[in-house]
Write a protein that binds this ligand. Structure first.
Ligand code: GLN
Length: 281
């Protein structure tokens, strides 16, 4: 008597509730992944039964999740901006709040523009690829220090058939010396090195280099803000994601770096999460 989808979800959900804040959702995503069906299928066919191999696979994933491994690393995928992106432990898992950065960048970039844009520290390519889809005439340069992350980003571009992004290896602006952009975006590491938040949940499994930014978290943002003027066209914009309590300090940084029209945007949790400024003109 093979076990049904409905029973499995109930059992796994209960098991995962000991360690996960989203047990039922996790169980559904993992089971849909094992069965290679959309999640809605689990509700349409709750009486479906699993064969031995699939059951074993699901059990292994559930155990790994119970030990804390992020669901996105177990399935190798995460949705962002209506794209299904490949993610590995070489990349951060794209966050919903980063869609705010994309939204705000799109407000600054006219639909038909043929601008050159840069995404620094692209990781899985989430921001660069979203901009590339929404602004098909723009050319986006995405940099990352991690070759392993760039492999994932390139893979995502290829799978999605996106051709207006180039990927370059190097830290922040290093691979684009002498080049200027109409807009520069970045979701850099910004968590303070000793932040207790790093000790629990999914972040424990994410690349530390992509998360932490020195004692106050702001070292990468400082570097980017200081160098950005050299790489922005006159009137160009810089948009940065940052920590929930860093808005004021990022505004001050941008202001001392010569930016104007500086403002911050709040995320759904009502935290200042993205700050932007204009350079020159
Ligand atoms: N928002 C993420 C977190 O708090 C950090 C992402 C980042 O450092 N860019 O876990």
């Amino acid at each position: 008597m093979a076990v049904t989808v409905a029973t499995l979800l109930r059992m796994a959900g209960k098991e995962l509730s000991k360690t996960s804040p989203t047990p039922r959702l996790d169980a559904e995503i993992l089971l849909a992944h094992v069965l290679n069906v959309p999640r809605s299928h689990l509700y349409a066919r709750p009486e479906q039964r699993l064969d031995g191999d699939k059951l074993r696979h699901f059990t292994l994933l559930t155990i790994a999740r119970q030990k804390g491994r992020p669901v996105a690393y177990l399935t190798g995928r995460r949705d962002f901006w209506a794209m299904s992106l490949k993610v590995t432990s070489a990349t951060l898992i794209p966050r919903p709040e980063t869609e705010l950065l994309v939204e705000e960048a799109l407000r600054c970039i006219p639909v038909e523009s043929r601008w050159y844009l840069a995404d620094l520290g692209t990781g899985s390519g989430a921001i660069a690829l979203a901009l590339a889809i929404e602004r098909p005439h723009c050319i986006i340069t995405a940099t990352d220090i991690s070759e392993a992350a760039l492999d994932v980003a390139r893979d995502n571009a290829h799978t999605l058939g996106i051709r207006n992004v180039e990927f370059l290896q190097g830290e922040w602006f290093a691979p684009v010396s002498g080049r200027r952009f109409a807009a520069i975006v970045s979701n850099p590491p910004y968590v303070p090195d000793e932040d207790p938040h790093l000790l629990s949940g999914d972040v424990r499994f994410e690349p530390r280099r992509a998360l932490t930014g020195g004692p106050d978290g702001l070292a990468p943002i400082r570097k980017i803000a200081l160098r950005a003027s050299v790489h922005l066209e006159a009137g160009g914009v810089l948009l940065l994601e940052h920590g929930y309590d860093q808005g004021e300090r990022v505004r001050t940084l941008l202001s001392s770096a010569g930016f104007t029209d500086i403002r911050s945007i709040r995320d759904l949790a009502d935290h200042e999460r993205v700050t932007l400024g204009r350079f020159g003109d």
